[in-house]
Design a protein. Structure first.
Ligand code: MG
Length: 367
């Protein structure tokens, strides 16, 4: 199964409502999508989300890296030389992890197809269903309460509240939303770097005294402020998860060694794909760090890839794959489906994706 061409394009999918966090705001998913074609007719799918505020990767930088640097190195190689392909990919250039993630997931898709297994089974999993939480964008309190009630109605049991835009409002928001949805719904609070360490400790210490079913606090302080993150972790009792502070394998090692947080959020766009996600997971679980798996606001192709990864791992406590519930329609034929808060993976080989029906614009084909 030899790689003969790599098609590069863009995919835009409108959201049901704008997605707003402490670092950005958007009304659609805009991904770079790639399709790796082989001489056997098999196609591997991958996608990369442009989130410059978080990863530094833009649509143009992702396309450039794939088109000019990564793709030409892969043409002609057999998918059965999988580790060599992964080695070529990850040594092709520095950083650019979103571009690498798109190619990495497409290579895993093809390798699983060549082994005639769904990807989660190739990775060692045996159950094709996982649960996801759902995110409430940071808006006015009334809108956030309405969203929380709606998602509860729709069957979600863990709700992520985006905080950190105005820390004076955050406690009030969390309390009002909790009162509206009740104790049976778990709450994740994601400050997206929006608090300073002292305010974070104050807010979290108050939350600890309230009877709110809080699963954990995600990324309370600035990504680079590891000292601040550790200070928060050491002076609070709720679980503190590093997201933007933990991109890759070296970050995971540092966080584990210095006990900077209680856990990490593994995302393919941060670490460059499933190969490195595996390494992060191994370091984390061997260092008693808790793991969650998440994604950017990205296309169902990328969500499929991280969902297969999570389904194969025993110790990932929470999945955050809500783009499937936030997009107006799913233009991907095949792949995972969502009902209430349960994602069901395809039993077809690889990611189980058959094609992209709508919204895909071809930029170039590398042969
Ligand atoms: Mg986060």
């Amino acid at each position: 199964m030899r790689i003969i061409s790599i098609v590069i394009g863009t995919l835009e999918i409108p959201l049901i409502r704008p997605f707003i966090t402490a670092v950005r705001q958007t009304s659609s998913v805009k991904d770079v999508v790639i399709m790796i074609h082989t001489d056997c007719g098999n196609v591997g799918y991958g996608s990369a989300a442009s989130t410059p505020a978080i990863t530094g990767d833009t649509t143009n930088s992702i396309i450039y890296a794939i088109e000019n640097i990564i793709a030409p190195q892969l043409i002609g190689h057999d998918i059965h030389d999988f580790n060599q392909l992964i080695h070529l990919l990850h040594n092709s250039l520095q950083n650019n992890n979103s571009a690498k993630a798109a190619i990495d997931m497409a290579l895993y898709d093809l390798f699983a197809q060549s082994c005639q297994l769904p990807l989660y089974k190739l990775l060692g999993g045996n159950v094709n269903q996982i649960k996801t939480c759902i995110t409430i964008s940071a808006r006015d309190i009334g809108s956030m309460v309405a969203d929380a009630k709606m998602f509860k109605e729709l069957g979600f049991r863990t709700i992520k509240i985006k905080a950190g835009i105005n820390h004076n409002d955050d406690l009030k928001k969390i309390e009002v939303i909790h009162n509206a949805i009740g104790d049976e719904i778990k709450i994740i609070i994601d400050a997206n770097q929006g608090w300073n360490p002292k305010d974070a400790i104050k807010i979290i210490n108050i939350l600890e005294k309230q009877e709110i079913n809080i699963a954990f606090i995600e990324q309370p302080v600035k990504a680079h402020d590891l000292q601040g993150l550790k200070f928060v972790r050491d002076n609070t009792n709720l679980t503190i998860i590093a997201d933007e502070s933990c991109f890759n394998v070296p970050d995971t090692l540092e966080i584990a060694n210095k006990k900077i947080s209680d856990g990490i959020n593994i995302k393919l766009m941060k670490c460059g794909g499933i190969y490195n996600a595996n390494a992060m997971y191994s370091i984390a679980t061997n260092s008693h760090l808790k793991c969650m798996a998440g994604c950017m606001l990205e296309s169902p192709i990328g969500v499929n890839a991280i969902a297969h990864f999570m389904a194969a791992k025993m110790d990932i406590l929470y999945g955050d794959f809500d783009p499937l519930a936030l997009i107006k329609y799913n233009p991907i034929q095949g792949g995972a489906t969502i009902e209430k808060d349960v994602i069901t993976l395809s039993e077809k080989y690889g990611l189980g994706i058959d094609g992209v029906i709508e919204g895909f614009t071809i930029i170039n084909t590398v042969e």
